[in-house]
Design a protein around this ligand. Structure first.
Ligand SMILES: *Cc1c(COP(=O)(O)O)cnc(C)c1O
Length: 361
């Protein structure tokens, strides 16, 4: 029998979540952001659930090629644009739209020979200071692009640093307005948090994490608040149990000690599967659908859980690390991420190649 861990991807949940985004912004077209192998879900599997998107946004040219090979004829946007001049050949050949965030990318376009003028998304650095032209340089970049025969249409975009948090987006939105108000072209403004929390997206929303069922502004709101369903379930089984006496410790470094007689279970899941090693004691987990917590350190291939709330559990019992458990139970990946001091994005993307993945439903 193979090691019992597996990840289940639910295309129905992806479709449902995308529909939630539609309902939140009915007049906005939706990029489904599928970078990083669709946030760890697998590009082909995610594509199944997200076909109703108006386009797909990603970073890797190889992933763009894969989408075309899967039969997607609609828009594809390269969120970081081209990395070197010859990437433009693939953009011409596959009809990829691409972000232009820096002056080198304009130079490359000007030197590019093509019969197919490109659609580009010119990016403003409105305050995040990662990618994009500063407001003072934006207009001349636009004018340069506008004069190029290689460019068919210029759309405008920016990215918010605090759409999920207290600072919000007003200061960046004002910077965007000031820099672009008299320029033509479609706008792409919001990520998941800007769309759901602030209702701001422009003509093209860039919906990433919400598609996968995590709340973009957790812990201010959880996935239930936004009506999102988990697209990924990570589950395994108990492969052993131990009966602890008061004073007994568990795992490397003895970071957990029993204060009373206690039964624990050993789960076939560790950090080599992508489970966060930083998950401390009492990170939430479901055993046979009952919520309990981890005890001791996560090791490479195993972790331990408290079986006090599930006395009937034993070897073979189903363990849900996140996602959907048996009998309608649910463990939000956001709860696990919070206990491990990280975000759901990182947990999804960290799913290890050794974990078998299959689609359900
Ligand atoms: C990843 C990314 C997104 C999606 O963000 P979510 O928070 O996952 O919705 C949107 N825009 C850009 C530029 C990105 O890199």
């Amino acid at each position: 029998m193979p090691r019992p861990i597996e990840a289940l991807i639910d295309p129905g949940a992806l479709a449902h979540n995308l529909a939630r985004a539609r309902a939140a912004a009915p007049d906005t077209r939706l990029w489904a952001v599928v970078k990083a192998n669709a946030y760890g879900h697998g590009l082909a599997r995610a594509f199944e659930g997200l076909r109703a998107a108006d386009g797909f946004a990603l970073l890797d040219l190889a992933e763009a090629q894969q989408l075309r090979a899967l039969g997607w004829r609609g828009p594809i946007l390269l969120l970081e644009g081209c990395f070197e001049p010859r990437d433009l050949e693939l953009c011409s050949r596959l009809g990829l739209w691409h972000v232009v965030h820096g002056p080198q990318q304009v130079d490359w376009l000007a030197a590019h020979k093509t019969q197919q003028p490109h659609r580009v998304f010119l990016k403003l650095n409105s305050g995040m200071n990662r990618l994009g032209f500063a407001p003072a340089a934006f207009r001349s970049a636009w004018a340069r692009l506008h004069a190029l025969p290689q460019v068919e249409e210029i759309s405008l975009m920016t990215h918010f640093s605090d759409a999920d948090g207290e600072r919000g987006i007003a200061h960046q939105l004002a910077a965007f307005e000031a820099a672009t108000h008299d320029l033509p072209g479609e706008r792409s403004l919001g990520n998941s948090a800007a769309l759901l929390r602030h209702g701001v997206a422009g003509d093209w929303a860039r919906a990433g994490i919400l598609c996968y069922g995590s709340a973009p502004d957790f812990p201010a709101h959880d996935s239930r608040h936004w009506g999102l369903q988990p697209a990924m379930t990570l589950r395994s089984r108990l492969i052993a149990t131990q009966d602890l006496q008061p004073g007994d410790s568990v795992g490397y470094g003895s970071t957990y000690r029993a204060s009373a007689p206690q039964r624990i279970g050993i789960v076939a899941c560790g950090y080599a599967d992508g489970y966060p090693r930083h998950a401390g004691n009492d990170t939430p987990v479901l055993v046979d659908g009952v919520r309990t917590g981890t005890v001791g350190r996560v090791s490479m291939d195993m972790l331990a859980v408290d079986l006090s709330p599930v006395p009937a559990a034993g070897v073979g019992s189903e363990v849900t690390l996140w996602g959907r458990g048996p009998q309608g139970s649910l463990l939000a990946i956001d709860d696990v991420a919070q206990a491990a001091g990280t975000v759901a994005y990182e947990l999804m993307c960290a799913l290890a190649p050794r974990v078998p993945v299959r689609s359900v439903g």
